[in-house]
Design a protein around this ligand. Structure first.
Ligand code: ZN
Length: 303
């Protein structure tokens, strides 16, 4: 009896130890922001442990990294960044952390859009001239997923078949999402497909799905909006009869409220542009985020 118990205990101890060993074997991946972290979780599945530097509802344009972030990077096997000038703070952080991790730009291979009306004068930051928000087109998100898959296979070749299977299952979901976005936008009359957002985060969405976006702030949330720019937008909203203005989770809502007051445009719901919501919110994953934005667009723009 005692022998049996000891044997059972032994097996249990072994199982617990094996479980712990397994947890420690997970590939540590750090993504710079929540949207990228979600894509990495979908491709990595149980084989990875993903941390995001900028959390839900956080603004990656204006992020100030902490010593804890440097530690995360130092312990990582793979660091995923968006690239295209999105994370102006990342190179210095990588250097300071001394990490040996592979640093991969998930947007590699995306056809970069040039930022229109790039501010860049007198505000002390250099954002380059590309629009970084490539993930807002699902076709680009698929390119991200391919890059993440390849980077994980390189970092952890033993789990190659897992990453490939996870990626292809997730890519099929993204194909379905892309079809849904196209069908939903197509149902909105073309003349009403005009949207105002605070910062210019939807250029890739606009190009992919034939919606016109106007944004007073340019492609970075760090830009200041001049009185002249604001007056120009207000004239444009009135002249083009733009039906709705939208709040974003990463920007100050006051500017949009002011434009709505001065033009009579209605205030649409909250869009998730550069960050996911909290897990309990309406946009805890990339797919949920795209569906949430789509729902808000069609609710505000449907004739
Ligand atoms: Zn942005």
């Amino acid at each position: 009896m005692l022998g049996k118990c000891l044997a059972a205990l032994g097996i249990m101890t072994w199982l617990v130890a094996a479980g712990l060993a397994h947890a420690q074997d997970k590939v540590r991946v750090v993504a710079t922001f929540s949207i990228l972290a979600d894509l990495a979780k979908n491709v990595g599945g149980d084989a990875v442990e993903v941390a995001s530097l900028v959390g839900p509802n956080g603004d990656a344009h204006a992020y100030a990294p902490s010593p804890a972030d440097a530690k995360l990077l130092a312990d990582a096997k793979l660091v995923l960044v968006n690239g295209l000038g999105f994370e102006g703070w990342i190179d210095r952080l990588v250097k300071a952390s001394g990490t040996k991790a592979q640093v991969v730009a998930a947007s590699k291979g995306v056809k970069a859009r040039h930022a229109k009306g790039e501010p860049g004068h007198g505000h002390g930051h250099d954002h380059g001239t590309s629009d970084p928000h490539a993930w807002q087109s699902v076709a680009n998100a698929k390119i991200y997923v391919g890059n993440i898959r390849d980077a994980l296979v390189k970092a952890d070749p033993e789990a190659k078949s897992t990453y490939e299977a996870n990626a292809s299952a997730y890519l099929a979901k993204l194909d379905a999402l892309d079809r849904e976005v196209k069908a939903t936008i197509a149902a909105i009359p073309a003349a009403r497909r005009k949207i105002i957002t605070t910062h210019d985060a939807f250029g890739y969405f606009a190009a992919a799905y034939d919606v016109q976006f106007i944004a007073p702030q340019g492609v970075s949330t760090e830009a200041e909006v001049s009185a002249r720019d604001l007056a120009k937008i207000i004239r444009q909203v009135k002249a083009q009869k733009i039906p709705a203005v939208f709040m974003e989770n990463v920007t100050d809502p006051r500017l949009m409220r002011r434009i709505a007051e001065e033009t009579g445009a209605k205030i649409g719901g909250k869009l998730y542009s550069d960050a996911l919501s909290e897990p309990s919110g309406p946009a805890p994953t990339y797919i949920d985020m795209m569906k949430n934005n789509l729902k808000e667009f069609s609710a505000a723009l449907a004739g």
